[in-house]
Design a protein around this ligand. Sequence first.
Ligand SMILES: [Zn+2]
Length: 278
Amino acid sequence: MDNLQWFMLLPAIVVTGLLWAVFLRVSLLWRRRRLLNTPLQPDYIEILSKYVPLYRRIPADLKPQLHGLINVFLAEKRFTGCGGQEITDIVRLTTASQACLLLLLLNRRTRIYPKLKTIYVYPDAYVAKCIESDGFLVVEGRSVRLGESWENGPVVLAWNSIEHSARGAHDGYNVVLHEFAHQLDQEDGQSDGIPLLENESQYRQWISVFDSEFDRLEALHRCVLDRYAFEDDAEFLAVATEAFFEKSIELEQQAPKLYQILTEFYKVDPAAWIKNDN
Ligand SMILES: [Zn+2]
């Protein structure tokens, strides 16, 4: 085939490629819609009821939506065991349910952690290679970690930390909520504590509340947030998310503005779940 023939075929190749891309997208959306409306298997619900106390706290009317998101998450994300970790339904469901809690009413039907393809799970704390720089010197070292979220997609977690986090639903420590809050933050390509919001005024309000609450809470002697929150803006959002779901009433009392803006972002009110339960 000479160059002229290739040139004449080019529009057909481009159109076929575009049609194929549209077909794949429509199939994905159709499959998601079906999964979002499919009830969760009863044995999966049993696992969640047994291993994830936070799941038990979610109001009954929100559960079908959470179940649908879990179906999509399990179908689209791959779990890979590292260091001998076996990937059981308990591992998958404990992780997926808490990750999906952050998406509950976000109306992100087409944005379910779009960059995330694989979750790597180690049995225990793992050693990661890290490169640090003080502006002059670049040092390559190793650090022990319980979880991390990468800007380009993967999440790495230690199973004993996932399990411990799920069990202690009131201690404000939850590695899954923490790392998946980073995923939401990183969706726009930056790890800066500012996730994708709906409009300009929301961005202005978010920055104003987060900046002032960061400074105010950092100065408190007894803060509801773990001190790790004050490492930087990205950690502040991740740790505040842990407290939002696990120390909801304390966060609402100590930092009402921060609690309110997180309520608007996650579109749920976990403090009300507790109050209504009592
Ligand atoms: Zn973090």
